[in-house]
Design a protein around this ligand. Sequence first.
Ligand code: SF4
Ligand code: SF4
Length: 442
Amino acid sequence: MKWNISTLEELEDAIWRCTACGTCKVAYDYGPPSQCREICPAGTEFGFEGFMASKGKIAFARGILSGELEWDEELVEAVYKCTICAGCQSQCQLDHKPYIPEIFEALRRKAVEAGAGPLPAQKVIAQSLRSYDNPYQGPRRVRTDWARIFKKGKQKPIKDINKEPAPLLYFVGCTGAYNVPERVIPQATASIFNKLGLDYGILGENELCCGSTAMRLGDAEAFKRMAEANLETFKKLHEKQGVETIVTACAGCYRAILKDYSLADEYEEMMKGIKVIHVSQFLYDLYKAGRLEFSGPLPWKVTYHDPCHAGRHLTKFLVDKDGSQLWAGAYISLNEEDCLYDVPRDLLKAIPGIELTEMQRIRANSYCCGGGGGVMTGFPDWAQRNAALRIQEGMETGAETMVSICPFCHYNLNQGAQGIGSPMKLLDLTELIDRVLPEKEV
Ligand code: SF4
Ligand code: SF4
C-alpha cells in the first residue's frame, strides 16, 4: 500500500512558521470569567522550555533539520517526553497549526530511522507487536478472556465473525482485551449490545492491534504492518461476512482507523461500504432513534474527561490549498464536527438522576490524562502523577465519579486516583450505560 506519512523534511516549511511565542503553553480561551491553566503535561512536569508544548519540540525539529542537534540520549528522551495530546495545537493560532502533532511524530520517526528512538522501555512495544500482534506481550489466546462471562448462565455467546456473518463488527482493541482492569469495558459494551439484541460479532483471537501506539512512537513500519493487515481483514469481512459497521469503545483504535488509516492511498477502496464509529456515537444515534431507554434514577454527581484521541485529535483543519490566501498549506479554520465533545455529555445528561459537573479544562482545552504517546510505558511514574492532577481537577467540581470513553484514560486515571488515595470512581461511559439499560423484554 502507498502511505502518505510526512517526513520531517516535508514539514520543514510548517516547522519554520512557529514564532516561538509560547502561546501553546497555556489553555487560555475558556470562561467567562476568562481563565488560564497549563495545557502541556510535559511542561507541567518538567518545567524547562524545551519540554514545553509545541515551542520546545519544534525547536528540536529545527535543530535536527539544520544539523545543529544530534541524536543523543538527552534529546531522544526530550522528544519522547510528550503525550502527543495536541493540547498545544489547540492553543496555537498560526499558519502551521494543522501540522503540530504530525511534526512531533515525524521527529520521532526520524529518531527511529536513526536507530535512536524510541526509548528502551518503549522498544518492547514493537517487539511485542511483532511476536504477539498486541503491545501487551499477551498470547493471542488471552485476547478473548474478557468474553468468558458470556459463555456462562443465560448469557448469549458472542458471535465469531470469522465464522458467522453479521453487519456489525465490534473491534475490541488491545487495552480492553489484555489490560485486565480494562476488561470491564468490552464486557459492558457486549452486554449493552446483547440487551439491545444487536447482530454483531468479534474477531476474537484473530483481532490485531490497530497500530496506534506504534504510530505515536514514530515506528511507521510497525504501524503500516498492522494497518495494512487490518484493512485487508475489514475488506474481506465486508465482502464475505456482510460487515457494514465497525464499532469500537477505544478512542485510540477509533482515531487510528478513522484518521491514521486514511493516510493510505487505498483507504477509500478498502473501506468501501464500511463505516467506523465510536461506541458513544453509535449509542447516541440509537438513543436519538428512541431505541435506548434508561432506567433510573442514578443520583450521581459526575464529571467528564475528554480523551485527546476522541476529542481534539479528530479536529478537521481547513488549509489554504493553492496558496491564494496565505501560503500553500496555511491554516485557515477548523471544524470540530467529528470531535466527540457533546455526544458523551448528552448521553450522560439523558440518564435520569445524573448531574454533570464540568472541570475547568474541557473539550479542545481538555487536560490530557498523561498516558498517551508512549508515556505510560516510557515514564509510568510521570503518567500516574499527571493523571493525579486531572483527578484533583475533577475533585474540585465536587463530583464523585469521573466518566470517559477511552480504556487508556480509564486505566491511567485510575492509577492517578490510587496514587493520591482519592475516592474518585472512574467509569467508562459503557459501564454507566450498561448499569441503567434494562434487559430487553422477550
Ligand atoms: S507552536 Fe504556535 S503558539 Fe507555540 S510557540 Fe510556535 S507559534 Fe507560538
Ligand atoms: S502534544 Fe501535549 S504533551 Fe506534547 S508538547 Fe503538546 S501539549 Fe505538551
